[in-house]
Ligand binder design. Structure first.
Ligand SMILES: *Cc1c(COP(=O)(O)O)cnc(C)c1O
Length: 414
């Protein structure tokens, strides 16, 4: 029996076939069960901010596990209080901010969805009805029933209909927001760089305009920073590029550095919407998770990795744009959240070829390669990436050319 047989028999089918069996990691490198080494430019989908087995991560998890892991939310613990205060400071909520801890991105967004509904019911008590929630077409907010209802991808929702009602999807333009919004809207959900959709940035100035428009109509502005947060885009949170203050943000992926944790961070009056009994989680915010995430975010700050994400992101983008290739159409994104556009729908073939060459990357769609490496990368990793990625691209280009010569379809299927 191979590990593929075990995976095929024992694991849920919703993820498709697992691509490799990884047994060890260190920094930006992974090793599979055969001892082959890979450069990891996916970092567990923007999760492993410090890379693999970082000493700070290892020390924090070991020390806290030996001290106190979990006591339930009937009680507070020092790491929980310290990490909540740290998130408030980095997000710039000021005194009035509050933090709800969950265990994943979806749980953070579920909490945000409930926050929006609470804002609706509070408005109702004041004589307003706010049953509407606006979200952006093609944005991704999660896989649970609530967050799927917020996710503007009809093909993802279709097998699970009916959805929780009230959510309407609009184009990601200021005009579309102006046209859709009224005083019956409880909240606008925004993914500031659409990662799962192929690293698609919002139009310049969108968040600033959205802040002004939602405020005018008494609607909450809720920004999903699950992929963009924790320094990934070259600011602590993507909304900070536009200097606005939202009503709430959600974070997860990169803040735990591999430990499952998510959070809803509220600003100002939105912080008073949850009242006792309206939400909860058994595991959320336990001492172990918050100690690890606090150490990870603390190390991102101490080592200047937000600046590194901005600088290395620019360096990586320039290096990609310098690759001489018919296949590469361009590179977009912010900081170390980058999308490489392809001229042919062969992204999955590029991912497979990259894996053959010892490089882990991913394809959010057929024409995009997504790069979300550890925030710790430097010259060595970037140079090696360019070498391996160029080799993978050549492999696929050769296959395309062969197809063209034989007169067959120019599409290469992974
Ligand atoms: C990954 C992601 C989520 C979902 O997070 P999970 O931890 O998988 O539940 C939600 N929103 C965005 C923008 C994401 O990238």
């Amino acid at each position: 029996m191979t590990w593929q047989d075990d995976a095929g028999r024992d694991l849920v089918r919703s993820f498709g076939e697992r691509m490799a069996l990884f047994v060890r990691g260190e920094g930006s490198y992974l090793w599979d069960a055969d001892g082959k080494r890979y450069l990891d430019f996916l970092a567990g989908i923007a999760v492993d901010s410090l890379g693999h087995a970082h000493p700070v991560f290892v020390e924090a998890i070991s020390r806290q596990a030996a001290t106190l892991a979990h006591v339930s939310n009937y009680f507070a613990t020092p790491p929980q209080l310290a990490f909540a205060a740290m998130l408030k400071r980095l997000a710039g909520t000021g005194e009035s901010g509050r933090v709800y801890f969950g265990n994943s991105g979806a749980e953070a967004n579920e909490a945000a969805f409930k926050l929006a509904r609470l804002h609706g019911s509070e408005s109702r008590r004041n004589g307003f009805d706010r049953p509407r929630i606006l979200a952006l077409k093609d944005a991704f907010h999660g896989r649970t029933m609530g967050t799927l209802a917020l996710t503007g991808k009809p093909w993802m929702q279709e097998p699970f209909l009916p959805m929780t009602p009230g959510v309407e999807f609009i184009d990601s333009t200021v005009e579309a927001l102006e046209a859709a919004i009224d005083d019956r809207v409880a909240a606008l959900f925004v993914e500031p760089v659409k990662g799962e959709a192929g690293v698609i940035e919002l139009p310049e100035g969108y968040l600033k305009a959205a802040r002004e428009i939602t405020e005018r109509h008494g609607a909450l502005l809720i920004i999903d920073e699950i992929q963009t947060g924790a320094g990934r885009t070259g600011e602590w949170f993507a909304f900070q590029h536009e200097g606005i203050a939202p009503d709430a943000i959600t974070v997860a992926k990169g803040i735990g550095g591999g430990f499952p944790i998510g959070a809803l961070i509220t600003f100002g009056a939105a912080s008073e919407l949850f009242y006792p009994g309206t939400h909860g989680s058994t595991f959320g915010g336990n001492a172990l998770g918050t100690a690890v995430a606090g150490a990870v975010v603390g190390e991102i700050e101490r080592a200047g990795l937000v600046t590194n994400a901005a600088e290395r992101g620019a360096q990586l983008k320039a290096a990609i744009e310098g690759i001489d290739s018919e296949l590469i159409a361009g590179c977009r994104g912010l900081g170390l959240l980058l999308g490489i556009g392809l001229r042919h729908p062969v992204a999955k073939a590029v991912v497979s070829a990259a894996q053959e060459h010892g490089l882990v990357i991913n394809a959010p769609n057929d024409e995009t390669i997504r790069l979300v490496p550890a925030l710790t990368i430097g010259d060595v990793e970037i140079d090696e990436f360019v070498e391996l990625f160029t080799a993978a691209v050549r492999t696929v280009e050769d296959a395309l050319l062969l197809d063209a010569h034989s007169g067959a379809s120019t599409e290469v299927h992974a």
